[in-house]
Design a binder for this molecule. Sequence first.
Ligand SMILES: CC(C)(COP(=O)(O)OP(=O)(O)OC[C@H]1O[C@@H](n2cnc3c(N)ncnc32)[C@H](O)[C@@H]1OP(=O)(O)O)[C@@H](O)C(=O)NCCC(=O)NCCS
Length: 140
Amino acid sequence: MLQKVRPFEAGDVEAVARIFENVPDGWSKAALEDSLANNSIKSFVLEAQGDAAAFASYLVADDAELVFIVTAENHKRKGCGGMLLGKTLEILGLPCVLEVRESNTPAIKLYEKLGFKLLGTRRNFYSNPRESALIYKLDL
Ligand SMILES: CC(C)(COP(=O)(O)OP(=O)(O)OC[C@H]1O[C@@H](n2cnc3c(N)ncnc32)[C@H](O)[C@@H]1OP(=O)(O)O)[C@@H](O)C(=O)NCCC(=O)NCCS
């Protein structure tokens, strides 16, 4: 499959908002538009056969913090998330931290596959449903 990772741009908002439609806490169209105007947020899209198939967004300062990564339902388990995460970490060239719900096995497996190490737990960090967060870090 022809895949390409590139910066997220205004023309991707509709397609990425559709990917987020059935994702709990997913970003709205307005939130995606706002993120484009924020210099601290760097977002990327993985295109597969010309379609936006996955999206990743980071808060960038001294470190990169992965804020969200999501793959469209019809592109899951085809290596898109792994490729997008790997390539964008390479592009950013910074250590990366992230928080993830402790029940989110697909994401946890993805992060561990890419070499992220568990730093600790934040108890009851999330609401709706209440759940602890696992904190992961990838050093350069
Ligand atoms: C997490 C997510 C981005 C993974 O995307 P993906 O494109 O399906 O991932 P990949 O195909 O690249 O898989 C890479 C690895 O992740 C792990 N993985 C992905 N989906 C998995 C699943 N359903 N169960 C177990 N492990 C899984 C595996 O280790 C996999 O490697 P493998 O295929 O060699 O076993 C996707 O499941 C998703 O969009 N989830 C909803 C949003 C979310 O929770 N994001 C994370 C918090 S912000």
